[in-house]
Structure formats: C-alpha cells, structure tokens
Design a protein around this ligand. Structure first.
Ligand code: BDP
Length: 593
C-alpha cells in the first residue's frame, strides 16, 4: 500500500487533534449502535496517542475491549471527479470505522495502515461524523497472540506472551486525501548496480485505465531518466547510490492519467554471501539496537519530536542500524530512516508465539504453543497477512535490508517447522530481493532448533550473564563462545547477527562490585559480548537490547518496565552509552559508515 503523499493531483488533510472519546466498559457499543449519534458522556483524547497513560483511572487504563473515538469532519473541497480517501496510519489492534451511520471499513492488526474511498458516503454533505471503535483485545488467532480471562470481581484480564505493555488507541495520523478517479494504486521498485550505473526497475499498478509514464528525478529536481508504460527499466549513469550513512534519494514521479505520485527511490543492492551481509557489494556490519515505539504519556503514538531526537541519539552514539522490534513502525520512521541512511531490519508483530516464555522471561505458561486451541491455522493465516502487509507497505524503502518474520517463536518442535515453512516461503514470494530471517530465542540453540534452513541469516537474542549465568561473566562468555561455534558448524555460510543482548540496568545504581542491575554490570556484560563478536568473523552485527527503557506489564522481574535501555525512558544516557559510543565511533571510522 502506498503511503500518503501530496502532489499536483493529490491534496492531504490532517484529522489529528483532540477527538471525543469513550471507553466501552461492557463492550456493547457496536450492538447498541453508538456510531449512530454523538457519543454520550464522552471525554476527550488526543490523536495520535495511546489512550492508556492519558487517563487517570487504572481500570480505564487496563480496559480490555473497545475504545470509541469520534469527531466531526468538514468535507474538503475536491475537483470534479476526484475521489476522497480516509486513511489511518494504524489503530491498535482492530478497528471498525463509520462515516455517519455507515460502516466504511474494518481492519485487523495494530501496526499497518488501512484506508477506504468514502466519496460516495459524503456526497452532498458539508460535514460528517467520523466514528472509530478500536479494539485492543488479543486472542489466540491474532498477531501477537493472547487470551482473555475474568478475575474474581468479573473484570476482564488480558494475558499475552510478549514483554511490552499492550498500549492501544489510534497510534498514527488520520488523514483524508484526494486523488483522481484513475490513479496510481501501487508501485514496486527494484534497483540494481552495474559499475557506476544505477538500474531502477519499476512496476506500476493503476486503478482505472490511464496511460502510465515515469520521470526519475535526482535530489536536485533534475530529470535523469524517463519512460512510458506501466513496467520498465531506467538507467542512471554515474548514479549516486543510497548507502549506509548516505541517504541519497531519487524521486520516481509516476503519472497515471491525471494522477501524479512521487515515489522516493534509493539505488542500492543487498545480498547475503559467504557469511557476509553485503550492501552495494560491500560487507556491512550492523551497529545499533532493538527499539520500541515507546514514550512517556504518548505510549506507542508516533511523534516527530521524539523520532528526530531518537535518531540524533543513535547518530551521536555511532549506530548505523536498528530493528523495528516487535512490529512495523510508523511510516514516518521508515521515511526518515531512508533519508538518514539508517539500515533497518523490518519486523512483523509476530512476537510471543512461544508459551515457553512469559513476558520475555523463562517460565512455561502451561500451554502448548502450537495446537488447535492455541496458535493454530487461523493464527498462521493472520501471520501470513501480516508478513504480506508489511512487505507491501515497506518494499520500496532502501533502508529495509532484511525482513524479520517473527521474534523468539517456538522453533524447537516439529509443529514449529510445519508452521513456519509456508510463512518463510510467503515472505520470499512477496519479496524475492531481500533476505528473510526470524529472531531466535535462547531455548532454541543450534542442536534443538528446527527451522533455520528456511532462512538466509541467523538472528540471535542472547542473555548469557543475565537470565542464565547471572552475574558470572566468565561462565557466560564460555557458554556464548560455545554456542556461536555450534551455529557456525551447523550452518556454514550463514551470517550471524546478534539482535538482542544486555542486562536490565537501573539508572543511577552504582556498585563497587559491579553486580547485576548496576550501571557497571551493563558496561561489563556488553563488553563481554563485544569481545566475542570481535573474535568471530561470521558475526555481522550487534544490536543490543534496548535503545531505551520501555513500559511492560508489572511483574517481579520488571521495575516500572524493562530497564535494558542504553538510555532511560526519558532518553538520558546510562554510563554504558558512553563506553559503547567509543566503540561504535571507532568502528564507524574503520568501516566508513
Ligand atoms: C527477549 C524479547 C524482548 C524482551 C527481552 C527481555 O525478545 O522483547 O524485552 O527478551 O527479556 O525475550 O528484556
């Protein structure tokens, strides 16, 4: 799905701001037709925002079910036969949308955009009532999965298997945009490099019938190549390639009938070969973090201020990459990563498909992960849709070099092999140009793991020194070295990336004895991992856990959230940030990006 862009044929109107809001305590609003009228006894809620930390009542904060949003919208002026489209960047996790009394769309999944052509619904109107019912419930068939029980007071309780708080609401911008009747519906761009020449292959899908032509413009606005037809190949002599640290972008201006859509293009290649990860034919070493979309009060809402600040901090530290753990991030983040030359591992929301873990912590949940009653064929179908939806949204981003189709799923059983084989194939079919991987959990070392042969790279989350060998870094280092040797022996030629490592660290906790939870221990544990990485050429990247502290459910292993951040939740650096900065800046100098 194309992102929203203004052009000479498209106008964009922002519907963000303060909306009316109501929590559906008994989850009966849909049956009672709350969309038919202004919400009674409504409060207010900013859009975009997670609603949870805005309200002051704990029962409201932890409500399980529907959240209602409503506002009046002035119908914008449009020309002649132009269509008007209503678009949400995301609503977490499911949404039903009404224009006045009419349902115009339903969407399942909390992190991808959805839209509907509402031209016919608003014909002849000056204003309309826009109502959205957002459902925050997670079930066995949703991605991520979860289940709901009731406690002794009859209150609904949501359980899930991932280690971040289930923030909900309208998390990204809501927009109206106009476009001509015949329009650019989809574009796929694939780039190749031949010496100093850049090759841009494009494929345009139109809605309605109209002649297609394209102009490729350089960043200075000059046309460097043109073609007619919905498919074709453009050649750019002496091209300026997109590269890590150099976010150079061309614009492919696509014309279909009256419509014009500006598609940004970065010319670069990605390849996995002989245990190396190559970008533009050169070995690339990932330095960075797994992150979260997580901030105080805003929760998971996109916010330009926080986004730009986070990128500034990442640059300050000498990072060159991150993973969108554990769901697709806002489209604004992907655009900005393109511009900043950041390299992104793009992840689906398939987290917590592992009942051997609870909230990121070892401890079985007493269920089988894969069974007709738990993660089942319907879940697999949802998962496939999430993979295809992510690739459809992000396929044209040069920053994306690798798809992560799941985080720490169960992969040590025959059922897991059956579950993942078609999903790995679906990712490869949807994008034959990028490597595909999944992120492996400590419970599945090479001798137990059963699905790595479906994938191009090995991504490991490892907590030696923390969840195991707690505080004993000598034993932790030995265990880590032994495990890495096993991966290299069993999967020769596959590059290994560390996608998580690091201990919880209380900011301000100093300890002469450098014990777990202290700032000193974070420095020591990260340094131990780095020593092992530096001794192992098959390891092509280090993305520590996590960029910043983040909110989780309360638990005996979590003190006001997960504290594995390099920065606090407020983005203050912990002492390890300076130590790692020195390492990463030196590596940047050595590696040139
Ligand atoms: C891993 C998960 C991550 C958790 C982390 C932790 O991938 O989401 O937050 O461990 O325990 O299991 O901190």
């Amino acid at each position: 799905m194309l992102t929203v862009r203004e052009s000479s044929s498209r106008s964009v109107f922002d519907l963000d701001g303060i909306w009316d809001f109501k929590i559906d305590k008994d989850n009966q609003g849909v049956e009672q037709g709350w969309f038919n009228a202004p919400l009674s006894e409504a409060s207010t809620m900013p859009v975009p925002a997670s609603y949870n930390d805005v309200v002051t009542d704990i029962d409201q904060r932890d409500h399980v079910g529907y959240l209602w949003y409503q506002r009046e919208v002035r119908v914008p002026r449009k020309l002649g036969s132009d269509r008007l489209v209503l678009r949400f960047g995301s609503a977490t996790h499911n949404a039903i949308v009404w224009v006045d009394d009419t349902e115009v769309m339903r969407h399942q999944g909390g992190y991808l955009p959805f839209e509907a052509d509402i031209t016919d619904n608003i014909a002849g109107k000056e204003t309309f009532r826009l109502t959205v019912a957002v459902d925050n419930r997670l079930e066995w068939t949703s991605i991520p999965p979860g289940y709901i029980t009731t406690d002794s007071t009859g209150k609904r309780v949501q359980t899930y298997f991932h280690d971040f708080y289930n923030y909900a609401g309208i998390h990204r911008s809501v927009k109206l945009y106009t476009r001509p009747e015949t329009y650019v519906k989809d574009i796929t761009v694939v780039t190749e490099i031949e010496g100093t020449t850049g090759i841009v292959k494009y494929d345009v899908v139109t809605g309605g019938s109209g002649e297609v032509s394209v102009n490729l413009k350089c960043a200075c606005g000059k046309v460097v190549a043109s073609a007619d037809g919905a498919q074709g190949e453009l050649r750019v002599e002496d091209a300026h390639f997109w590269a890590p640290g150099d976010g150079y972008l061309y614009t492919l201006e696509v014309h279909a009938g009256e419509d014009v859509y500006p598609q940004t293009v970065g010319i670069r290649t990605v390849e996995v070969k002989d245990s190396q990860f190559l970008i533009n034919g050169k070995p690339f070493y990932f330095r960075g973090y797994g992150r979260h979309e997580d901030n105080t009060v805003r929760g998971k809402a996109h916010d330009d201020v926080m986004m730009v600040h986070d990128f500034e901090l990442m640059k300050w530290q000498g990072a060159n990459s991150f993973r969108t753990s554990h769901y697709p991030y806002a489209e604004e983040v992907m655009d900005y990563a393109d511009r900043m030359g950041f390299v992104v591992i793009d992840e689906t929301p398939a987290v917590g498909l592992n009942t051997g873990l609870g909230g990121g912590i070892f401890g079985s949940q007493g269920f089988k992960t894969f069974s007709p009653e738990t993660v089942n064929e319907k879940t697999q179908e949802t998962h496939r849709r999430e993979i295809e939806g992510l690739i459809a949204r992000d396929k044209n981003h040069p920053c994306v070099v690798l798809w992560a189709i799941a985080n720490e799923p169960e992969t040590n059983t025959p059922e897991s092999r059956e579950y993942f084989e078609p999903l790995a194939a679906a990712a490869k079919a949807a994008d034959p140009t990028r490597p595909v991987g999944y992120v492996n959990v400590m419970l599945s070392p090479p001798e137990l793991e059963k699905i790595t042969d479906f994938f191009d790279v090995i991504m490991l989350n490892r907590y030696y020194g923390w969840y195991v060998n707690t505080g004993n870094l000598a034993d932790a280092e030995k265990a880590l070295r032994d495990e890495v040797k096993g991966w290299i022996k069993d999967y020769p030629g596959k590059p290994i990336l560390f996608t998580e490592y690091g201990p919880d660290t209380m900011s301000g906790q100093a300890d002469l004895y450098r014990r777990p939870w202290s700032q000193e221990f974070q420095i020591d544990m990260l340094s131990m991992f780095h020593r092992v990485f530096d001794d192992t050429p098959e390891i092509v990247g280090e993305q520590m856990w996590n960029f910043a502290d983040f909110m989780t459910i309360p638990g005996i292993m979590r003190v006001g959230g997960n504290k594995k951040g390099m920065f606090t939740r407020e983005r203050d650096p912990k002492p390890a940030a300076y130590v790692v900065r020195e390492r990463w800046l030196a590596k940047k100098k050595e590696q040139g990006c």
